[in-house]
Design a protein around this ligand. Structure first.
Ligand code: FAD
Length: 366
């Protein structure tokens, strides 16, 4: 009608992956674009709170968050993306979803339950497994294995915990000092740590209660937890239009503005990218905010030359050791004990992350 301006239709933004990076990006742009979030599960989970949830299942009520709670104005497709073209995404359920802009944030491909209720039940089952065991074997000495050993050693000091790691030191993703400090702490809590050995994964059985290592050692334990690395969530991209955008490690190569190299309307954020920095959630969150800013600019007709540039982060990581201690690597020093523990170990940044997602840090409204 004369005198009335027609509003331009909103751009279609598809976000693949509802982890730390994808969820924050979807939340940030939900009122600016027509946002569609594709994730195989109905919820977002704070990964570094998962080990606490195994010793204290009620902790997961705040750290496992339904996508719908923070993403109130977009569409959620509970499925995995299996292919993309220049204009569409195909999901495992056979949906074809058109996009103007695409963000890939598929971090790590972990097989997890579909619903929050199933996830909370899984933590109850893990807790029961820990509770009913006298001795526990943890396989893997990266952050997951070390944090789980720390949680069990502090909350269940009577249990015999053995941690087997195939590398020559713990926490190989950060410096040797952090590995040594966490080893000393675990030993002080009577955790037996066996390095440079593998557990024979083909003959793992909870019933047998004996486990063989590559050096022929026999470990007796009532149960085990597998805490070995999870593969990157990029295998599905190998047969898509982005196959040549993957580096030899399977990471998506991005430019300084976080667009997939050579692509005008496809961004990648989080652990899936080849950004030369340590893979950490707080950096994945920074990627999300930079990409959101750039998408906003492009979607509102801004100039490409005005896009924000992402600067790789420095090596900084905190690994919790139970409820009050931690080991922290900062750019110029590595410390352990209650000071880094004060930063991370009590709430594991759950309140902070909930707040960033626009939720009450403390109270869960089911
Ligand atoms: C034990 C442990 C402790 C940690 N502690 C910290 C810490 O204290 N601080 C910190 O900053 N970082 C920490 N990290 C690292 C942090 O968890 C990761 O860097 C972060 O999760 C990366 O976020 P992301 O969004 O890139 O990937 P992810 O969080 O892995 O999310 C990927 C999402 O993509 C989905 N997905 C995968 N494939 C597909 C597909 N084909 N289609 C659709 N969806 C798909 C997955 O379901 C998932 O939701 C820790 C990690 C671990 C394991």
């Amino acid at each position: 009608m004369e005198g009335q301006e027609l509003e331009a239709p909103k751009k279609k933004l598809v976000v693949i992956g509802g982890g730390i990076a994808g969820s924050l990006l979807a939340k940030s742009l939900q009122f600016l674009a027509d946002v569609i979030l594709i994730d195989p599960k109905e919820y977002f989970e704070i990964p570094w709170a998962s080990l606490r949830s195994m010793v204290e299942p009620s902790f997961a009520r705040r750290s496992v968050i339904n996508h719908r709670d923070y993403f109130t104005n977009g569409r959620i497709i509970t499925s995995s993306a299996i292919n993309i073209t220049e204009t569409e995404v195909l999901t495992a359920e056979g949906h074809l979803i058109a996009y103007d802009y695409l963000v890939i944030a598929t971090g790590h491909a972990n097989r997890v339950p579909k619903t929050k209720t199933e996830k909370l039940n899984q933590y109850e089952a893990d807790n029961e497994k820990i509770n009913s065991a006298h001795s526990i074997l943890i396989v893997g000495g990266g952050p997951t294995g070390v944090e789980l050993a720390g949680e069990i050693a502090v909350d269940f000091p009577g249990k015999k915990v053995t941690l087997v790691h195939n590398g020559s030191r713990l926490l190989e993703f950060i410096g040797p000092k952090a590995g040594k400090k966490s080893l000393n702490w675990l030993i002080s809590k009577k955790v037996e740590v066996i390095l440079e050995q593998r557990v024979d994964l083909n003959h793992l059985s909870d019933e047998g209660k004996t486990y063989q290592t590559s050096e022929g050692e026999t470990i007796r334990a009532d149960c085990h937890f597998l805490c070995t690395g999870i593969p990157l969530g990029s295998a599905w991209l190998k047969e898509t239009v982005l196959e040549n955008n993957l580096d030899k490690h399977g990471r998506l190569m991005v430019d300084g503005n976080l667009r997939v190299k050579g692509r005008k309307n496809i961004f990648a954020i989080g652990d899936i990218t080849n950004i030369p920095e340590i893979k950490q959630g707080y950096l994945a969150q920074k990627h999300a905010l930079v990409a959101a800013k750039n998408l906003k600019l492009l979607m509102t007709g801004g100039k490409e030359s005005k896009m924000a540039t992402y600067e790789p982060g420095s090596v900084m990581a905190i690994v919790s050791l139970g409820r009050t201690s931690a080991v922290a690597q900062f750019p110029f020093t590595t410390i352990s004990g209650c000071i880094p523990g004060l930063i991370k170990s009590r709430d594991l940044f759950v309140g902070k992350t909930r707040k960033q997602m626009g939720l009450d840090p403390l109270v869960v409204h089911d």
